[in-house]
Design a protein around this ligand. Structure first.
Ligand SMILES: Cc1ncc(C[n+]2csc(CCOP(=O)(O)OP(=O)(O)O)c2C)c(N)n1
Ligand SMILES: [Mg+2]
Length: 214
């Protein structure tokens, strides 16, 4: 946690002629990413290709750990430790003279990436995301599933949101038209337009890799 933006800056110094993309959680941005945007503001004009895109996954929650506690400890979300103050990441970036966009709907994702990938300076994409979508790892155990169900049954404040998103996701799988839209994912098609390979930076450090592939 907290490594994406500093690693992205390092990648830019290693390959100033290539675009670099970092995906960062909002908790990580509040930990150190926001201050590292000041580093970007200081140095970006030295880079031959000025594109450095920081996509902030804005869910107002330390979500990885919220889900970890549900799946491993059968513990409902403990808001006092998990919730984050709401911050306007795009406004902060703008105040530094960086490009910025706020994305609040799925349809806004494609155009935002198009703008970021054609910008003449680094960009912060403030992407609002839903903390109630389970980050299901590839090998979920029965114990993890049961723990999560127990946590929700204990009165987790997100119980109904999680059920709603679960039903909606299942319905999308069953409706072919929606499926097609999902397959033609706008981020993927925007990235395919970039001529040189893009360096994507992981959100969380490897110590977390066992539980989630984030
Ligand atoms: C330096 C450090 N502190 C704490 C953790 C434990 N940890 C892993 S993920 C996480 C929450 C991350 O929250 P956020 O950045 O908002 O990302 P989200 O999971 O919400 O997408 C925490 C506290 C860590 N991996 N590294
Ligand atoms: Mg978060």
């Amino acid at each position: 946690m907290g490594c994406a933006v500093p690693y992205a800056i390092g990648a830019k110094f290693g390959h100033p002629d290539r675009p670099v993309i970092a995906f960062a959680g909002d908790g990580a941005m509040q930990m150190n990413g926001l201050t590292e945007l000041i580093t970007i503001q200081r140095y970006w004009q030295e880079w031959a290709d000025p594109r450095l895109i920081v996509a902030v996954l804005h869910n107002n929650d330390l979500n990885h750990v919220t889900w970890e506690l549900r799946a491993m400890g059968a513990a409902p979300a403990f808001r006092e430790s998990q919730s984050l103050p709401d911050v306007d990441y795009a406004a902060f970036a703008s105040s530094l003279g960086l490009e910025s966009l706020t994305v609040t709907t799925p349809d806004g994702v494609g155009p935002a990436w198009d703008k970021a990938l054609t910008a003449d300076r680094p960009t912060v994409l403030d992407v609002h995301t839903n903390p109630d979508i389970p980050p299901i790892p590839p090998h979920t155990t029965l114990e993890q599933a049961l723990n999560t169900a127990k946590a929700l049954a204990k009165g987790d404040s997100s119980t109904w949101g999680i059920i709603k998103e679960g039903v909606r996701t299942k319905a999308q799988e069953l409706l072919p038209a929606r499926n097609l839209k999902h397959m033609n994912n706008p981020l993927r098609s925007s990235l395919l337009q970039v001529r040189h390979p893009v360096l994507a930076v992981k959100r969380h450090c490897s110590s977390d890799a066992g539980a989630h592939t984030s």
